[in-house]
Design a protein around this ligand. Sequence first.
Ligand code: MN
Length: 412
Amino acid sequence: MSWLHISPDSDFSLQNLPFGIFHTGDAQPRAGMAIGGHIVDLVAAAEAGLFGKRRFFKKIFTQATLNDFIALGKPVTNRIRRKVREWLEQPTTPENALQLLVDRQTAIMLMPIRVPNYTDFYSSIEHATNVGKMFRPDNPLLPNWRWMPIGYHGRASSIVVSGTPIRRPKGQILVPGGQPDTPIFGPSRQLDFELELAFVIGKESTLGEPITAENAEEHIFGLVLFNDWSARDIQRWEYVPLGPFLGKNFGSSISPWIVPLEALKPYRVKGPKQTPPPLDYLKTRGLKNLDISLSVTLTSSNDSVPTLVSRSNTKYLYWNMAQQLAHHTVNGCNVQVGDLLASGTISGPTPDSYGSMLELTWGGRNPITLNDGTTRPFLQDGDVLTMHAWAGEEGEKVGFGSVEGEVLGAIE
Ligand code: MN
Protein backbone atom coordinates (compact mmCIF):
# COMPACT_ATOMS: atom_id res chain seq x y z
CA MET A 1 0.00 0.00 0.00
CA SER A 2 1.10 3.51 -0.74
CA TRP A 3 0.07 7.00 0.31
CA LEU A 4 0.02 7.71 -3.44
CA HIS A 5 -3.14 6.72 -5.31
CA ILE A 6 -2.21 4.00 -7.79
CA SER A 7 -5.05 2.89 -10.03
CA PRO A 8 -5.48 -0.91 -9.75
CA ASP A 9 -5.47 -1.28 -13.53
CA SER A 10 -2.18 0.60 -13.90
CA ASP A 11 0.71 -1.21 -15.57
CA PHE A 12 3.00 0.48 -13.09
CA SER A 13 2.22 -0.99 -9.67
CA LEU A 14 4.57 -0.97 -6.67
CA GLN A 15 5.83 -4.38 -7.85
CA ASN A 16 7.01 -2.96 -11.18
CA LEU A 17 9.05 0.26 -10.81
CA PRO A 18 10.54 0.38 -14.33
CA PHE A 19 13.19 2.89 -15.41
CA GLY A 20 12.96 5.44 -18.22
CA ILE A 21 14.28 8.78 -19.47
CA PHE A 22 11.95 11.74 -19.76
CA HIS A 23 11.69 15.50 -19.83
CA THR A 24 8.83 17.86 -19.09
CA GLY A 25 9.12 20.27 -21.99
CA ASP A 26 12.39 21.81 -20.76
CA ALA A 27 14.53 19.51 -22.95
CA GLN A 28 16.46 18.44 -19.83
CA PRO A 29 16.50 14.65 -19.98
CA ARG A 30 16.47 12.86 -16.66
CA ALA A 31 15.91 9.38 -15.30
CA GLY A 32 12.59 8.43 -13.78
CA MET A 33 10.64 5.51 -12.46
CA ALA A 34 6.99 4.97 -13.40
CA ILE A 35 4.47 4.52 -10.60
CA GLY A 36 0.74 4.60 -11.40
CA GLY A 37 -0.04 7.86 -13.18
CA HIS A 38 3.20 9.42 -12.00
CA ILE A 39 6.94 9.38 -12.47
CA VAL A 40 9.38 9.51 -9.59
CA ASP A 41 11.97 12.02 -10.76
CA LEU A 42 15.22 10.28 -9.84
CA VAL A 43 17.27 13.49 -10.07
CA ALA A 44 14.99 15.12 -7.50
CA ALA A 45 15.06 11.93 -5.41
CA ALA A 46 18.88 11.92 -5.48
CA GLU A 47 18.94 15.60 -4.47
CA ALA A 48 16.58 14.81 -1.60
CA GLY A 49 19.12 12.24 -0.37
CA LEU A 50 16.98 9.15 -0.97
CA PHE A 51 19.93 7.10 -2.16
CA GLY A 52 22.88 8.66 -0.29
CA LYS A 53 25.88 9.93 -2.33
CA ARG A 54 23.79 12.86 -3.59
CA ARG A 55 26.23 14.25 -6.13
CA PHE A 56 27.08 10.87 -7.58
CA PHE A 57 23.47 9.84 -8.15
CA LYS A 58 22.40 13.28 -9.33
CA LYS A 59 25.08 13.06 -12.03
CA ILE A 60 24.10 9.50 -12.98
CA PHE A 61 20.41 10.40 -13.30
CA THR A 62 20.97 13.56 -15.35
CA GLN A 63 22.53 11.54 -18.19
CA ALA A 64 20.56 11.41 -21.44
CA THR A 65 20.44 7.59 -21.26
CA LEU A 66 20.40 4.93 -18.56
CA ASN A 67 23.54 3.14 -19.78
CA ASP A 68 25.87 4.44 -17.05
CA PHE A 69 23.29 3.72 -14.37
CA ILE A 70 22.60 0.20 -15.65
CA ALA A 71 26.35 -0.46 -15.81
CA LEU A 72 26.56 0.06 -12.02
CA GLY A 73 25.13 -3.45 -11.72
CA LYS A 74 22.13 -5.16 -10.22
CA PRO A 75 23.06 -4.58 -6.54
CA VAL A 76 22.86 -0.81 -7.19
CA THR A 77 19.91 -0.75 -9.60
CA ASN A 78 17.87 -3.01 -7.32
CA ARG A 79 18.76 -0.91 -4.27
CA ILE A 80 17.44 2.20 -6.04
CA ARG A 81 14.13 0.39 -6.70
CA ARG A 82 13.99 -0.72 -3.05
CA LYS A 83 14.62 2.83 -1.79
CA VAL A 84 11.89 4.29 -4.01
CA ARG A 85 9.49 1.57 -2.93
CA GLU A 86 10.20 2.33 0.73
CA TRP A 87 9.56 6.01 0.03
CA LEU A 88 6.24 5.14 -1.61
CA GLU A 89 5.23 2.79 1.21
CA GLN A 90 5.61 5.24 4.09
CA PRO A 91 2.52 5.42 6.30
CA THR A 92 1.90 9.09 5.51
CA THR A 93 2.57 11.39 2.56
CA PRO A 94 6.19 12.55 2.79
CA GLU A 95 6.90 16.29 2.77
CA ASN A 96 8.94 16.06 -0.42
CA ALA A 97 6.18 14.24 -2.37
CA LEU A 98 5.40 17.15 -4.72
CA GLN A 99 9.08 17.76 -5.33
CA LEU A 100 9.76 14.18 -6.45
CA LEU A 101 6.62 13.37 -8.43
CA VAL A 102 5.83 14.28 -12.02
CA ASP A 103 2.44 13.72 -13.65
CA ARG A 104 3.08 11.11 -16.35
CA GLN A 105 0.72 12.96 -18.72
CA THR A 106 3.04 15.96 -18.78
CA ALA A 107 6.18 13.95 -19.47
CA ILE A 108 7.77 13.35 -22.85
CA MET A 109 9.46 9.97 -22.95
CA LEU A 110 12.84 9.62 -24.67
CA MET A 111 15.00 6.69 -25.77
CA PRO A 112 15.91 5.13 -22.41
CA ILE A 113 19.22 3.69 -23.61
CA ARG A 114 21.92 4.16 -26.17
CA VAL A 115 21.87 0.89 -28.11
CA PRO A 116 25.37 -0.17 -29.19
CA ASN A 117 24.22 -3.41 -30.85
CA TYR A 118 20.95 -5.02 -31.76
CA THR A 119 20.27 -8.68 -32.48
CA ASP A 120 16.97 -10.20 -33.52
CA PHE A 121 16.16 -13.83 -32.87
CA TYR A 122 13.50 -16.04 -34.41
CA SER A 123 12.44 -17.95 -31.31
CA SER A 124 8.74 -18.64 -31.80
CA ILE A 125 8.19 -22.03 -33.41
CA GLU A 126 4.69 -20.99 -34.44
CA HIS A 127 6.02 -17.88 -36.23
CA ALA A 128 8.93 -19.72 -37.86
CA THR A 129 6.57 -22.45 -39.10
CA ASN A 130 3.98 -19.98 -40.42
CA VAL A 131 6.55 -17.88 -42.28
CA GLY A 132 8.26 -21.03 -43.54
CA LYS A 133 4.95 -22.30 -44.96
CA MET A 134 4.52 -19.07 -46.94
CA PHE A 135 8.13 -18.54 -48.09
CA ARG A 136 9.09 -22.24 -48.52
CA PRO A 137 5.91 -24.35 -48.63
CA ASP A 138 7.70 -27.69 -49.06
CA ASN A 139 10.19 -27.08 -46.23
CA PRO A 140 8.69 -24.77 -43.58
CA LEU A 141 10.91 -25.37 -40.53
CA LEU A 142 14.55 -25.74 -41.57
CA PRO A 143 16.53 -28.57 -39.89
CA ASN A 144 18.73 -26.19 -37.83
CA TRP A 145 15.78 -24.45 -36.16
CA ARG A 146 15.24 -26.93 -33.32
CA TRP A 147 18.98 -27.05 -32.58
CA MET A 148 19.73 -23.38 -31.98
CA PRO A 149 18.06 -19.99 -31.43
CA ILE A 150 18.33 -18.64 -35.00
CA GLY A 151 19.19 -14.93 -35.12
CA TYR A 152 20.74 -12.15 -37.18
CA HIS A 153 22.52 -8.90 -36.44
CA GLY A 154 20.14 -6.00 -36.90
CA ARG A 155 20.71 -2.26 -37.09
CA ALA A 156 20.97 -0.27 -33.85
CA SER A 157 20.95 3.20 -35.45
CA SER A 158 17.28 3.06 -36.47
CA ILE A 159 15.81 1.94 -33.15
CA VAL A 160 13.40 4.63 -31.95
CA VAL A 161 11.24 5.25 -28.92
CA SER A 162 7.47 4.76 -28.93
CA GLY A 163 5.60 7.65 -30.56
CA THR A 164 8.16 8.17 -33.32
CA PRO A 165 6.46 7.90 -36.73
CA ILE A 166 7.81 5.31 -39.17
CA ARG A 167 8.19 6.20 -42.83
CA ARG A 168 7.19 3.56 -45.37
CA PRO A 169 10.44 2.36 -46.96
CA LYS A 170 11.14 2.18 -50.66
CA GLY A 171 13.10 -0.64 -52.18
CA GLN A 172 13.34 -3.40 -54.73
CA ILE A 173 10.20 -5.49 -54.95
CA LEU A 174 8.79 -8.12 -57.27
CA VAL A 175 5.25 -7.18 -58.24
CA PRO A 176 2.52 -9.63 -59.21
CA GLY A 177 2.24 -9.94 -62.99
CA GLY A 178 5.74 -8.47 -63.50
CA GLN A 179 8.66 -10.06 -65.31
CA PRO A 180 9.99 -13.10 -63.44
CA ASP A 181 13.00 -12.27 -61.25
CA THR A 182 12.90 -8.61 -62.33
CA PRO A 183 12.17 -6.14 -59.55
CA ILE A 184 10.75 -2.62 -59.69
CA PHE A 185 11.82 0.16 -57.31
CA GLY A 186 9.09 1.74 -55.21
CA PRO A 187 7.36 2.05 -51.85
CA SER A 188 6.82 -1.23 -50.01
CA ARG A 189 3.30 -2.55 -50.51
CA GLN A 190 3.61 -5.04 -47.67
CA LEU A 191 4.54 -2.99 -44.62
CA ASP A 192 4.13 -5.07 -41.47
CA PHE A 193 4.74 -5.08 -37.73
CA GLU A 194 6.37 -7.77 -35.60
CA LEU A 195 5.23 -8.26 -32.02
CA GLU A 196 8.37 -8.86 -29.96
CA LEU A 197 9.94 -8.42 -26.56
CA ALA A 198 13.59 -7.43 -26.26
CA PHE A 199 16.01 -7.66 -23.36
CA VAL A 200 18.60 -5.07 -22.43
CA ILE A 201 22.14 -6.16 -21.59
CA GLY A 202 23.12 -4.84 -18.15
CA LYS A 203 26.61 -6.31 -17.79
CA GLU A 204 29.21 -6.47 -20.51
CA SER A 205 31.17 -9.59 -21.36
CA THR A 206 34.74 -10.04 -22.54
CA LEU A 207 35.55 -10.73 -26.17
CA GLY A 208 36.52 -14.38 -26.47
CA GLU A 209 34.65 -15.49 -23.34
CA PRO A 210 31.22 -17.08 -23.70
CA ILE A 211 28.39 -16.35 -21.24
CA THR A 212 27.02 -19.66 -19.99
CA ALA A 213 23.29 -20.36 -20.02
CA GLU A 214 23.50 -20.66 -16.23
CA ASN A 215 25.02 -17.16 -15.82
CA ALA A 216 23.05 -15.50 -18.61
CA GLU A 217 20.48 -13.74 -16.43
CA GLU A 218 23.22 -11.86 -14.53
CA HIS A 219 23.77 -10.02 -17.81
CA ILE A 220 20.09 -9.16 -18.39
CA PHE A 221 18.98 -5.83 -16.89
CA GLY A 222 15.39 -5.74 -18.09
CA LEU A 223 12.91 -5.91 -20.92
CA VAL A 224 11.05 -3.65 -23.33
CA LEU A 225 8.26 -4.15 -25.85
CA PHE A 226 9.61 -4.18 -29.37
CA ASN A 227 7.96 -3.58 -32.74
CA ASP A 228 10.27 -4.81 -35.46
CA TRP A 229 8.68 -3.06 -38.47
CA SER A 230 9.18 -5.14 -41.61
CA ALA A 231 8.66 -4.70 -45.35
CA ARG A 232 7.73 -8.19 -46.52
CA ASP A 233 8.07 -7.58 -50.26
CA ILE A 234 11.56 -6.11 -49.88
CA GLN A 235 12.44 -8.91 -47.46
CA ARG A 236 11.21 -11.71 -49.74
CA TRP A 237 13.38 -10.60 -52.68
CA GLU A 238 16.57 -9.76 -50.75
CA TYR A 239 16.81 -12.35 -47.97
CA VAL A 240 18.57 -15.19 -49.82
CA PRO A 241 21.39 -15.96 -49.13
CA LEU A 242 22.45 -13.56 -46.32
CA GLY A 243 19.19 -12.92 -44.51
CA PRO A 244 17.26 -9.77 -43.55
CA PHE A 245 18.62 -6.37 -44.61
CA LEU A 246 16.66 -3.37 -45.98
CA GLY A 247 13.30 -5.04 -45.34
CA LYS A 248 14.07 -4.70 -41.63
CA ASN A 249 16.62 -1.98 -40.86
CA PHE A 250 14.49 1.11 -41.65
CA GLY A 251 13.10 1.16 -38.12
CA SER A 252 12.24 -0.69 -34.92
CA SER A 253 10.31 0.85 -32.02
CA ILE A 254 10.70 0.22 -28.29
CA SER A 255 8.51 1.04 -25.30
CA PRO A 256 10.05 3.78 -23.13
CA TRP A 257 10.02 1.96 -19.77
CA ILE A 258 12.54 -0.80 -19.07
CA VAL A 259 10.96 -3.39 -16.78
CA PRO A 260 13.69 -4.91 -14.59
CA LEU A 261 14.03 -8.69 -14.86
CA GLU A 262 13.55 -8.92 -11.07
CA ALA A 263 10.05 -7.39 -11.31
CA LEU A 264 8.97 -10.30 -13.51
CA LYS A 265 10.08 -13.02 -11.08
CA PRO A 266 6.51 -13.98 -9.99
CA TYR A 267 5.58 -14.55 -13.64
CA ARG A 268 8.21 -17.11 -14.53
CA VAL A 269 6.90 -20.28 -16.13
CA LYS A 270 8.28 -23.41 -17.72
CA GLY A 271 8.96 -23.24 -21.44
CA PRO A 272 7.69 -25.67 -24.07
CA LYS A 273 9.34 -29.10 -24.19
CA GLN A 274 12.36 -28.93 -26.48
CA THR A 275 12.80 -31.81 -28.93
CA PRO A 276 15.52 -32.82 -29.66
CA PRO A 277 17.05 -32.02 -26.24
CA PRO A 278 19.33 -28.97 -26.63
CA LEU A 279 23.11 -29.42 -26.76
CA ASP A 280 24.81 -29.04 -23.38
CA TYR A 281 25.70 -25.33 -23.77
CA LEU A 282 22.00 -24.55 -24.38
CA LYS A 283 20.60 -26.58 -21.47
CA THR A 284 18.72 -24.53 -18.86
CA ARG A 285 17.03 -25.50 -15.62
CA GLY A 286 14.06 -24.07 -13.76
CA LEU A 287 11.48 -21.54 -14.88
CA LYS A 288 13.06 -19.67 -17.78
CA ASN A 289 10.00 -18.46 -19.70
CA LEU A 290 7.73 -15.56 -18.78
CA ASP A 291 3.95 -15.35 -18.69
CA ILE A 292 3.43 -11.91 -20.23
CA SER A 293 0.20 -11.12 -22.05
CA LEU A 294 0.56 -9.24 -25.31
CA SER A 295 -1.91 -7.36 -27.47
CA VAL A 296 -1.78 -5.46 -30.73
CA THR A 297 -4.27 -2.84 -31.90
CA LEU A 298 -4.54 -1.00 -35.19
CA THR A 299 -6.19 2.41 -35.55
CA SER A 300 -6.87 3.85 -39.00
CA SER A 301 -6.47 7.57 -39.63
CA ASN A 302 -10.22 8.13 -40.11
CA ASP A 303 -11.29 6.35 -36.92
CA SER A 304 -10.30 6.88 -33.31
CA VAL A 305 -11.37 3.45 -32.11
CA PRO A 306 -8.55 0.89 -32.13
CA THR A 307 -9.23 -2.60 -33.49
CA LEU A 308 -7.71 -5.51 -31.59
CA VAL A 309 -5.79 -7.53 -34.16
CA SER A 310 -3.79 -9.97 -32.03
CA ARG A 311 -3.42 -11.38 -28.52
CA SER A 312 -0.39 -13.46 -27.71
CA ASN A 313 1.88 -14.39 -24.80
CA THR A 314 5.64 -14.67 -24.32
CA LYS A 315 5.20 -18.12 -22.71
CA TYR A 316 4.88 -19.64 -26.20
CA LEU A 317 8.50 -18.83 -27.07
CA TYR A 318 10.47 -22.01 -27.77
CA TRP A 319 13.94 -20.61 -26.99
CA ASN A 320 14.37 -18.63 -23.76
CA MET A 321 16.53 -15.56 -23.14
CA ALA A 322 19.28 -17.52 -21.35
CA GLN A 323 19.58 -19.82 -24.35
CA GLN A 324 19.62 -16.86 -26.75
CA LEU A 325 22.44 -15.16 -24.84
CA ALA A 326 24.44 -18.37 -24.37
CA HIS A 327 24.16 -19.10 -28.08
CA HIS A 328 25.01 -15.52 -29.07
CA THR A 329 28.27 -15.60 -27.10
CA VAL A 330 29.27 -19.26 -27.41
CA ASN A 331 31.77 -18.37 -30.15
CA GLY A 332 33.32 -15.62 -28.02
CA CYS A 333 31.21 -12.71 -29.35
CA ASN A 334 30.96 -10.11 -26.58
CA VAL A 335 27.96 -8.05 -25.45
CA GLN A 336 27.87 -4.43 -24.27
CA VAL A 337 25.68 -2.54 -21.81
CA GLY A 338 22.57 -1.32 -23.64
CA ASP A 339 22.64 -4.00 -26.34
CA LEU A 340 19.16 -5.10 -27.33
CA LEU A 341 18.39 -8.74 -28.00
CA ALA A 342 14.89 -9.20 -29.39
CA SER A 343 12.85 -12.39 -29.26
CA GLY A 344 11.58 -12.51 -32.80
CA THR A 345 7.88 -12.33 -33.58
CA ILE A 346 5.85 -13.90 -30.78
CA SER A 347 3.05 -15.89 -32.36
CA GLY A 348 0.80 -18.23 -30.44
CA PRO A 349 -0.80 -21.45 -31.62
CA THR A 350 -4.14 -19.97 -32.80
CA PRO A 351 -4.73 -17.61 -35.76
CA ASP A 352 -5.89 -14.77 -33.44
CA SER A 353 -2.54 -14.95 -31.62
CA TYR A 354 -0.26 -14.43 -34.61
CA GLY A 355 2.26 -11.61 -34.12
CA SER A 356 2.44 -10.10 -37.62
CA MET A 357 0.12 -9.07 -40.47
CA LEU A 358 1.96 -11.56 -42.69
CA GLU A 359 0.53 -14.37 -40.56
CA LEU A 360 -2.78 -12.75 -39.53
CA THR A 361 -3.76 -12.14 -43.18
CA TRP A 362 -1.78 -15.16 -44.45
CA GLY A 363 0.41 -13.23 -46.83
CA GLY A 364 -2.31 -10.64 -47.50
CA ARG A 365 -4.83 -13.20 -48.77
CA ASN A 366 -7.31 -12.78 -45.88
CA PRO A 367 -7.32 -9.06 -45.04
CA ILE A 368 -8.22 -7.87 -41.53
CA THR A 369 -11.42 -5.84 -41.19
CA LEU A 370 -11.12 -2.81 -38.90
CA ASN A 371 -13.87 -1.20 -36.79
CA ASP A 372 -14.49 1.43 -39.45
CA GLY A 373 -15.22 -1.29 -42.03
CA THR A 374 -12.01 -0.83 -44.03
CA THR A 375 -9.75 -3.81 -44.67
CA ARG A 376 -6.00 -4.31 -44.44
CA PRO A 377 -3.85 -6.93 -46.15
CA PHE A 378 -0.88 -4.97 -44.72
CA LEU A 379 -0.41 -1.56 -43.04
CA GLN A 380 -1.67 1.61 -44.71
CA ASP A 381 -0.27 5.14 -44.47
CA GLY A 382 -1.85 6.87 -41.46
CA ASP A 383 -2.36 3.64 -39.52
CA VAL A 384 -1.32 3.71 -35.88
CA LEU A 385 -0.02 0.42 -34.54
CA THR A 386 0.01 -0.04 -30.75
CA MET A 387 1.32 -2.95 -28.69
CA HIS A 388 0.71 -3.60 -25.00
CA ALA A 389 2.30 -6.09 -22.63
CA TRP A 390 1.57 -6.89 -19.00
CA ALA A 391 1.95 -9.60 -16.39
CA GLY A 392 -0.11 -10.12 -13.26
CA GLU A 393 -3.53 -9.18 -11.97
CA GLU A 394 -5.15 -5.82 -11.23
CA GLY A 395 -3.53 -4.05 -8.30
CA GLU A 396 -0.14 -5.68 -8.84
CA LYS A 397 0.34 -5.51 -12.58
CA VAL A 398 3.84 -5.48 -13.97
CA GLY A 399 3.18 -3.87 -17.33
CA PHE A 400 5.26 -2.39 -20.09
CA GLY A 401 2.88 0.41 -21.10
CA SER A 402 2.80 0.56 -24.86
CA VAL A 403 4.88 0.92 -27.97
CA GLU A 404 3.15 2.93 -30.65
CA GLY A 405 3.96 4.26 -34.08
CA GLU A 406 2.18 5.88 -36.99
CA VAL A 407 2.93 4.88 -40.56
CA LEU A 408 3.91 7.83 -42.74
CA GLY A 409 3.78 7.75 -46.53
CA ALA A 410 7.00 7.03 -48.44
CA ILE A 411 9.28 9.91 -49.43
CA GLU A 412 8.36 11.17 -52.93
MN1 MN B 1 11.90 -9.49 -36.03
